[in-house]
Structures are given as structure tokens and as C-alpha cells.
Design a protein around this ligand. Sequence first.
Ligand code: AMP
Ligand code: ZN
Length: 115
Amino acid sequence: MSADPHCIFCKIVAGQIPAKKAYEDDELLVFHDIHPWAPVHVLVIPKAHIASHADVGPEQAPMLGRMLALAPQLMRELGVTNGFRTVINTGRDGGQEVQHLHMHVMGGPRPWAKG
Ligand code: AMP
Ligand code: ZN
């Protein structure tokens, strides 16, 4: 599986830096955002290094589908009962800060810090 030795999320996948994990399988990892915008805020990432959504092609459609399909189950398990928000920031103008594809999933009672 491809990894970038300088990528912070690849280091989380490799267990080189700690994260509070919420879900893991062969292809995906979910962990809590270190600076949450909402009472529940997790990041869903592919374990393989893909820099951004802009780098995704048709061959990644099943993986992206799995990322989206995981969100309802995750939110239920984390006690979110009243809806949630999914966000993928892409590239500089998209406000992406970490260059490893990730989907934010946020829920819990409002008001939230952002968005
Ligand atoms: P984005 O702006 O979409 O690239 O979001 C990157 C997110 O990663 C931000 O919400 C950060 O708080 C989060 N983040 C950065 N480093 C870590 C880390 N070591 N563990 C958990 N979340 C992180
Ligand atoms: Zn990476």
C-alpha cells in the first residue's frame, strides 16, 4: 500500500503518531479530529496515500462509496441521532490543510465552531 513518509495521516495509519480511532478495516481508517468543529467530528481516510479528492479517478469509486456508506453507521455508533454533515476540502482553494484525502463527518447538537 502506498504511503508518503512525510504525511501526517500516513503516520497515523502506520501507528507512528497517536490518534483516537473510531473504525478500521483493510482499506479505511476513521479517527477523531484533533481540533473538532462539532461535538462529534471524525475523519474518514483511505489507508493508502491519495493526496486529495482531485487525484481520485473512476478506479477509486468503490473506495469513495465505502467512505460515504460508512458515515451513517459511524454516527450511530458515536451517538449522533439528529443528522450530520460530511465535508471534503480539496486543494488550496478548497481549504485543504492536510494533503491526504479525508472526509470530515460532523454531528451533535449545535452551535458548532465552524460551518
Ligand atoms: P482539512 O482542512 O480538510 O485539510 O482538515 C484537516 C483536519 O485534520 C483539521 O480539521 C485538523 O484539525 C485535523 N488534524 C490535523 N492533524 C491531526 C492529527 N494529528 N490528528 C487528528 N486530526 C488532525
Ligand atoms: Zn498520506
